[in-house]
Ligand binder design. Structure first.
Ligand code: MLT
Length: 306
């Protein structure tokens, strides 16, 4: 009997796939397999019996990959399983940055007791007027599972797209979208875009890649969207960009004290993958992958060893 420990809530749709060869255990020390979402495993001792870790999600920055590899434990993730959910929130982020929907809703709440709110709203609404996204240019940094979907959705909304991905060549980029302008250098993306969204993993190489030098190359008033990880953006440089007007709006899915202090940031509490559908998809994929590893030795979507 294989023992499985869940470090976070994992969708019952996924857990239901565990066959009668598996049991869920509360004690991680007994676990052959761990299922994890956002729990930080960096400070945890590696359980003696552990054979595999599966992350129900794409990012693996909460897991000590090298230490796991040294202990012979594959870490598996579920790329693509929550991509649609993230794509939808990126679209929402662009709209929130373009139309003062949040300000308008707050105004309605604040004026809830006004008997003639309908009339007052018609007078007040000019302060919340915005701009449309159709016809604007979106830069997509990273054309993996999420980036690809963002490209298609933005094009369907009538946006022009400039794409960048250091792991793709022009032919593979054209297969994602023949209409997209594919650039091999971020210096060609930054000045061309009204909106820029980033979809790359958090690694030592990508840490702080959106720094003062990058921001200086962007269009004045650019909207920057970060639904990947907060470490990709140098918070001090982003705060300076917002203050001097270089950046019109920073939409981030990662709350931290620095972004909460930024005037002009729209901060969301990491809701990118928080949909019922994405949670089910990730759990189903993660559970299938741990069973495949434990029963057949297959390391599907392994991020820390060959
Ligand atoms: C991911 O890494 O897949 C997303 O950020 C969502 C999540 O962390 O659950």
């Amino acid at each position: 009997m294989y023992k499985v420990h869940c470090l976070n809530n994992i969708s019952p749709e996924g857990l239901a796939l565990l066959t009668d060869q598996y049991e869920l255990v509360d004690d991680i020390e007994q676990a052959d397999a761990v299922l994890v979402r956002s729990a930080n495993m960096h400070e945890m001792a590696i359980p003696a019996n552990l054979k595999v870790v599966a992350r129900a999600g794409a990012g693996v920055n909460n897991i000590p990959l090298e230490a796991m590899a040294e202990a012979g434990i594959p870490v598996l993730n579920t790329p693509g399983a929550n991509a649609n959910a993230v794509k939808e929130l990126v679209l929402a982020g662009m709209l929130l940055a373009s139309r003062d929907i949040v300000g308008g809703i707050a105004w309605c709440r604040d004026n809830a007791g006004d008997e003639s709110i309908g009339k007052s709203a018609e007078k007040a609404k000019k302060q919340f007027a915005g701009r449309e996204i159709t016809g604007k240019t979106l830069g997509v940094i990273g054309l993996g599972a999420i980036g690809k979907l963002v490209v298609a959705a933005a094009e369907a909304l009538g946006m022009k797209v400039v794409g960048y991905d250091p792991f793709l060549d022009a032919d593979r980029a054209a297969a994602i979208s023949p209409a997209m302008t594919f650039v091999a250098d971020l210096a060609d993306l930054y000045p061309a875009c009204d909106f820029i969204t980033i979809h790359v993993p958090a690694t030592p190489d990508t840490k702080g890649m959106i720094n003062a030098e990058a921001i200086a190359q962007m269009k004045d008033g650019v909207v920057f969207l970060n639904f990947s990880r907060d470490t990709l953006v140098d918070d001090a440089a982003m705060a300076a960009g917002l203050t001097d007007g270089k950046v019109g709006c920073y939409v981030t899915d990662f709350a931290n004290p620095a972004v909460m202090a930024m005037e002009g940031a729209i901060v969301i509490p990491h809701l990118g993958a928080s949909t019922a559908e994405a949670e089910d998809n990730c759990a189903i994929m993660a559970v299938n992958q741990i069973m495949d590893y434990l029963e057949n030795g297959n390391k599907v979507h392994c991020v820390n060893m060959k």
